[in-house]
Design a protein around this ligand. Structure first.
Ligand SMILES: NC(=O)C1=CN([C@@H]2O[C@H](COP(=O)(O)OP(=O)(O)OC[C@H]3O[C@@H](n4cnc5c(N)ncnc54)[C@H](OP(=O)(O)O)[C@@H]3O)[C@@H](O)[C@H]2O)C=CC1
Ligand SMILES: O=C(O)[C@@H]1CCC=N1
Length: 272
């Protein structure tokens, strides 16, 4: 069956993640294209997934039905202005960039466009991603389904109704893998200081993280506080650790960090 042609403008980490999910889920690699100014990432994508590659954004975007904008936010204006010379009326444009509001793309393209903003995260590359989706009014149902098909190949998806909710998606899911990595890094460092070998410390911490995440997922009705309290024996070891986190202001710190994340997205919305 011939599938819709999709091109990725920018062949970096996130494009690779999404393409990997698409191909793994049976999307025809002959219908996937990627462009990038430098060659090594393109060659790796072609070798690993059998997709088409090119350096010329304009030529590739012209022949595809869906354009996924996957460059860093600071390059978006330049890339969109280049593509604005094409007739985009029948195409779906998907952007994965943080921060940049939908209205800005209309300024860049200077023509009516069907645009869906998305916010994926890096676990997309192993099928455990979480992607927020926001479609502007006027985007067809068919295009929404197509976007959903592409993004869900990397994991779960969640449509938001208001554009500014995408910034909350960034704080909770787009950026948050980094919070968990930081926490695990800190745990492994502490384990090493206690005298444990790094590999063993990492194995212990990562398996605990996996187990904890699975318990949360498999017990959707159980409050998170109950799961925590089930580990925390009165007068025991966990209570000491949890109390140390609470006294150190962990909750406030997380709240601050997530608010700074959203604030940066708002700042980027004004900058790019
Ligand atoms: N990383 C993450 O966790 C997430 C990122 N995002 C968003 O995804 C987008 C991409 O991020 P990420 O994949 O991490 O970044 P990368 O830097 O890995 O990828 C961006 C790619 O764009 C290429 N590029 C630069 N200029 C052009 C151009 N003119 N035309 C085509 N391609 C170009 C770069 O090529 P070269 O390196 O050769 O210069 C690079 O390969 C960003 O907008 C970010 O906000 C969204 C969610 C999560
Ligand atoms: O840090 C960033 O700006 C991007 C968006 C979400 C994850 N990485």
């Amino acid at each position: 069956m011939t599938q819709t042609t999709v091109c990725f403008i920018g062949a970096g980490n996130m494009s690779r993640s999404i393409i990997s999910g698409m191909v793994t889920h049976g999307y025809d690699p002959q219908c996937i294209y990627a462009t990038n100014p430098s060659q090594p990432k393109l060659s790796a994508l072609q070798q690993d997934f059998g997709i088409h590659i090119a350096n010329d954004n304009l030529a590739i975007a012209k022949q595809c039905n869906v354009i996924v904008l996957s460059v860093k936010p600071q390059l978006m204006q330049q890339v969109c202005q280049q593509l604005s010379t094409l007739d985009l009326s029948s195409k779906l444009i998907i952007t994965i960039a943080a921060g940049i509001p939908a209205s800005r793309y209309h300024d860049y393209f200077k023509q009516p466009i069907q645009l869906i903003r998305t916010m994926p995260n890096t676990p997309t590359q192993i099928g455990f991603g979480m992607t927020g989706l926001y479609a502007q009014q006027g985007v067809s149902e068919q295009h929404k389904q197509l976007c959903q098909l592409i993004m869900q190949s990397g994991g779960k998806t969640l449509w938001v109704q208001q554009e500014d909710e995408l910034n909350q998606v960034i704080a909770l899911a787009g950026s948050s893998p980094a919070y968990f990595f930081l926490f695990l890094e800190s745990m492994v460092d502490a384990g090493k200081k206690m005298g444990m070998d790094e590999t063993q410390a990492r194995e212990l911490a990562q398996q605990a993280a996996l187990g904890a995440a699975q318990m949360v997922i498999q017990n959707p009705q159980t409050p998170l506080a109950t799961l925590r309290s089930n580990v925390t024996s009165k007068g025991g070891t966990t209570a000491q650790a949890v109390e140390t986190f609470e006294q150190g202001g962990l909750r406030e710190l997380v709240d601050n960090a997530m608010n700074h994340c959203v604030a940066r997205a708002n700042e980027m919305a004004k900058t790019f």
